[in-house]
Write a protein that binds this ligand. Structure first.
Ligand code: FAD
Length: 474
């Protein structure tokens, strides 16, 4: 029995006799401090023959050394509150990106009409002034060829009087020397987007067009036999990162769905949640969400010493000091260390004889997946898709930086990050963290039992907005 997040009492499944298949059983419960508290009887072990029910995960997250319950708790109590504040700061709110590249895989098919309506770009005076100065400098110095970058990094990594580290600044948005991202193209245009003004949520983008993009992603040859038992860990990790990101997108759609277009009412869509994430048949998707979260959390903690030293400069000293303090609290959180000391052990990857070759192959697949983002027919989805892939690429770069940077020279080099990489990685972590909490909340609501009375026809009871007026209003 839990009351809120406090565990009050546990029973073994066998001791419960005929209680199944009610996985979540609200129990009226009286406490001296809180008269009307409700406790929930929860399933903490996998019960036999339970059928479709809320996604209850127990035990250790596969390939990680953290318990699901501990992750859920520390996420809700320590990580998510910090991240929610962090992504609202001026430094983490603006993401630079190019949303106007052509799809390299198939001809434009009429969805381009959505280009102008999905995302509102920042007005020039909204972009932090120091960033504009840095952009102008990078722009004048060249388009960011690797040799130019090498020279540039030496300048930009210099330590100023306040001993803060200045991030590498380049022209372009795909990060600095990131082997998981494509090289910057010559026509690399970008604009700044205020992420708070363009939240990730339901947009009405679905059907054949969206499926074509997901199919393109999952048809990469490294994923085709992914369910076979002898698939190597590296490929599984790679798949689980992409699948976890996909689950996270689905969680945000389910959590913030347009329930009534006329009244502009947004809220949870439980039938949609049940179908995409909230039933045992798709349990693996939720497992992959937890995995992706722990992977990115590990990268963030590993980059902690650098993140703590960065000059978070947007021209507003008070807010920038708060940003630095929030980052410090996140990367040095005792609660996280206690709940999950090593979220993911990256040291065991790429150790086989074919490690370097395998890595190059997976990097090529990742490049293809990033290209697929240019085929997404909804601006907002494309924005968040690009941000999240740059976040994954940055996490991979951070976790494997020593060996990547040292390749050829025999010397491991210091990790260097570009501003957009830091923004993408921490925004991705916030998205995954919010998704874990959304899955927890929606699973509880689903188990409540009353939701079916509110939506008697299931998914059909919630209007299905797919027409263009919705895109335009978004
Ligand atoms: C990059 C990108 C970003 C998007 N962002 C948004 C957004 O912000 N808002 C919005 O409303 N829509 C967004 N969409 C569309 C959204 O993801 C779905 O495609 C759409 O809602 C239709 O969902 P669906 O249930 O048909 O299955 P989809 O989510 O389209 O899934 C397609 C197929 O992939 C498999 N699959 C599903 N989930 C997983 C998983 N976690 N792991 C592995 N396989 C899986 C299943 O076989 C499923 O049938 C985005 C699409 C893309 C490609």
């Amino acid at each position: 029995v839990h009351c809120g997040s406090t565990l009050l009492q546990t029973w073994r499944w066998e001791e419960l006799g005929n209680v199944q298949p009610l996985l979540w059983l609200p129990i009226s419960f009286r406490q001296p401090q809180n008269e009307n508290a409700t406790a929930y009887l929860v399933q903490d072990e996998v019960a036999p023959d339970v059928g479709v029910g809320p996604c209850q995960l127990s035990g250790t997250v596969h390939d990680c050394s953290c318990e699901y319950a501990a992750v859920e708790r520390v996420n809700k109590e320590a990580v998510l509150p910090l991240l929610r504040d962090l992504v609202r700061t001026p430094f983490f709110r603006y993401f630079k990106v190019n949303l106007y590249c052509d799809c390299p895989f198939w001809p434009d098919d009429g969805m381009c009409m959505l280009r102008d309506c999905g995302v509102c770009e920042c007005e020039p005076d909204e972009v932090p002034a120091p960033w504009k100065v840095a952009d102008t400098a990078a722009n004048c110095e060249g388009t960011g060829s690797p040799s130019r970058l090498e020279a540039e990094s030496e300048v930009d990594r210099s330590v100023d009087a306040s001993t803060k580290v200045h991030l590498v600044n380049i022209h372009g948005w795909r990060g600095y020397n990131n082997p998981w991202m494509l090289e910057e193209e010559t026509d690399s245009e970008y604009s700044y987007i205020n992420l708070l003004a363009n939240p990730e949520r339901y947009t009405g983008y679905k059907g054949e067009h969206a499926h074509r993009v997901w199919n393109l992603i999952y048809s990469q040859s490294c994923f085709t036999d992914i369910t076979q038992p002898d698939v190597c860990t590296e490929r599984k990790v790679f798949y689980r990162l992409i699948s976890g990101m996909h689950s996270s997108i689905s969680a945000h759609i389910a959590k913030e769905y347009l329930l009534d277009e006329a009244q502009d009412v947004w809220g949870p869509n439980l039938p949609l949640f049940r179908d995409r994430l909230g039933n045992t048949a798709v349990r693996e998707r939720v497992e992959n969400l937890y995995f992706a979260y722990l992977f990115v959390l590990r990268a963030t903690l590993k980059a902690g010493p650098l993140l703590e030293e960065i000059a978070y400069d947007t021209g507003f000293p008070e807010e920038d000091a708060r940003t630095a303090e929030l980052v410090r609290q996140l990367v040095s959180s005792e609660a996280v260390k206690k709940a999950c000391p090593v979220p993911f052990e990256e040291g065991r990857l790429w150790k086989g004889e074919d490690g370097p070759q395998l890595k190059r192959q997976l990097q090529a697949h990742f490049h293809n997946i990033t290209r697929a983002m240019d085929c997404v027919g909804c601006e907002k989805c494309k924005l968040w898709g690009k941000l999240q892939l740059l976040g994954i690429a940055t996490s991979l770069k951070v976790l494997f930086a020593a060996e990547d940077c040292g390749l050829g020279s025999g010397q491991p080099q210091q990790l260097q990050l570009e501003r957009n990489e830091v923004i993408a990685m921490l925004n991705l972590l916030e998205r995954l963290s919010a998704s874990i909490e959304a899955v927890r909340e929606l699973s509880l609501q689903l188990a409540d039992g009353n939701w079916e009375q509110q939506h008697p026809q299931g998914l059909g009871a919630i209007q299905d907005f797919t027409h263009n007026s919705l895109y335009q209003s978004l």
